[in-house]
Design a protein around this ligand. Structure first.
Ligand SMILES: [Zn+2]
Length: 178
């Protein structure tokens, strides 16, 4: 008798969950929680999470690190037959890099209508010509979960800033009284 697996190991949801795991790693160290994986022939060949603060490198977005790791894994800069999964719509920098690496597909979680470069603000992934490659795009996979993680992060960050400001005000008050 054939048993139907509970988790479809080939589904976009499954791989997005793996990208979300990476995003949670970023979250745990205070990085903006974005994660990515690259999949080739059903296998995850690279994983990465946003490390801008950790590496003190503004280009260390999850996608950038994941592209480099994937290229190392296959020994080629061309990521043909590869799919990049990322929890948030890529920014213009990452979308530019993605097009250069030529993955077949890009799957993202939550959209970024303000600054996204996969259709949110502009669409660099499908600007061929003048760019020399176009990727298929699948948007909105586990979007709510991906967005919730980011929103919770920024809410907490704003809360901390408020607390820091409040402490400063308090100290100032103490000093002015003495
Ligand atoms: Zn980016």
């Amino acid at each position: 008798m054939e048993v139907t697996p509970i988790i479809d190991l080939q589904s976009d949801e499954y791989y997005m969950r793996q990208a979300l795991r990476e995003a949670h790693k970023a979250n745990a160290v205070g990085e903006v929680p974005v994660g990515a994986v690259v999949v080739r022939e059903g296998k995850i060949i690279a994983r990465a999470w946003n490390q801008v603060e950790t590496l003190k490198d503004a280009t260390a977005h999850a996608e950038m690190l994941c592209l480099t790791a994937a290229q190392n894994a296959i020994g080629d800069w061309r990521l043909e037959e590869c799919t990049l999964y990322v929890t948030k719509e890529p920014c213009p920098m990452c979308a530019g890099a993605i097009v250069h690496c030529r993955p077949t597909r890009v799957v993202f979680g939550c959209a970024d209508p303000k600054a996204g470069a996969a259709g949110g603000w502009i669409n660099l992934l499908q600007s061929n010509p003048p760019l020399n490659h176009a990727c298929e795009i699948t948007a909105g996979v586990l979007a709510d979960e991906c967005l919730d993680l980011i929103q919770t992060f920024f809410r907490a960050a704003r809360g901390q800033k408020k607390e820091q400001r409040a402490r400063k005000v308090y100290r100032f008050d103490e000093e002015s009284e003495s």
